[in-house]
Design a protein around this ligand. Structure first.
Ligand SMILES: NC(=O)c1ccc[n+]([C@@H]2O[C@H](COP(=O)([O-])OP(=O)(O)OC[C@H]3O[C@@H](n4cnc5c(N)ncnc54)[C@H](OP(=O)(O)O)[C@@H]3O)[C@@H](O)[C@H]2O)c1
Length: 254
């Protein structure tokens, strides 16, 4: 694929993110607490997470190992950060979440896998084959965009992991219901895990400073802001004593 073709695909992909963002304020993605039997065949929740996220891990690992330019500059750092995130999301996270009778509709798992296929395909192919090698030489490591982006990526990942851990530990063994999470950033927002993920991929986009990474940042925002709103509205509906001052996903703002 030429750079021109990749750019066209990336702009169409960006347009799709905006459409999905708007649709998601009207249609709640039916997984986790919002799961629904109306969406047809459902599969085991843990298995669904693994199948959904594996394409991203495998595609990026492929481009890191087989790509023309993967080790001709420090671009491998971007691959490494991506792989760390997706090793957690594909294997560690699904194995840590508490088993419940909840299932995930196959359509959601398939659309998640499709997203990961395109997202990792665009980012991996660009970094391994099309990005100028000079963009990721030693000077890149001391640039403001690399340093600020790396701090955001690592900070966002830590917030995401810690918030996921707090949520997962709310249930004692055998419990399947929901409780009001407290402490850490939960005192300010309903979904610190989604906030952390948005910061993380915004940091990645700043580090990588290219069009495919920008599309991932926009998709993450487009996907997770409505999901956080769905979570927040769900808490308000289900708990009379849900803290009124708690925002949705951005502390003090939204
Ligand atoms: N990059 C992206 O576009 C993207 C898209 C989607 C998700 N993600 C990431 O995937 C992870 C999961 O997302 P999610 O929206 O499914 O997270 P979530 O609804 O916050 O759930 C996280 C885990 O904690 C449990 N849980 C949540 N709230 C709870 C409560 N109040 N009481 C007891 N248990 C609770 C959930 O159980 P149940 O499953 O039983 O509800 C689930 O196992 C997050 O880290 C998110 O950032 C990323």
């Amino acid at each position: 694929m030429s750079l021109e073709t990749l750019k066209v695909v990336a702009y169409i992909w960006l347009g799709m993110a905006i459409i999905v963002h708007i649709v998601m304020f009207f249609v709640t993605a039916p997984f986790g607490r919002h799961t629904s039997e109306k969406w047809g065949i459902s599969i085991n929740n843990k298995l669904a997470w693994i199948l959904m996220e594996a394409p991203s891990l495998l595609i990026m690992a492929y481009f890191l190992l087989q790509g023309t330019n993967s080790f001709r500059s420090y671009v491998w750092i971007l691959f490494a950060l991506w792989l760390i995130h997706y090793i957690n999301r594909t294997f560690i996270y699904p194995l840590r979440i508490k088993a419940t009778p909840k299932k995930m509709p196959l359509t959601i798992a398939a659309s998640g896998a499709f997203f990961n296929l395109i997202n990792a395909g665009l980012n991996g192919y660009y970094l391994a084959e099309l990005a100028p090698v000079a963009d990721y030489k030693a000077e890149w490591l001391t640039s403001n965009s690399f340093i600020i982006g790396a701090v955001m990526f690592v900070g966002g990942m830590m917030i995401n992991w810690k918030a996921d851990t707090i949520l997962i530990n709310l249930r004692k063994p055998g419990e399947t219901g929901y409780k009001i999470p407290k402490g850490f950033l939960f005192d300010y927002i309903s979904s610190p895990n989604l906030f952390g993920e948005i910061i993380e991929w915004s940091g990645f986009a700043l580090m990588a400073f290219n069009l495919p990474a920008l599309t991932f940042m926009v998709w993450t925002f487009a996907n997770l802001v409505p999901r956080a709103k769905n979570h927040h509205d769900w808490y308000v509906r289900h708990f009379d004593n849900y803290p009124k001052e708690r925002k949705i996903v951005f502390p003090f703002i939204f």
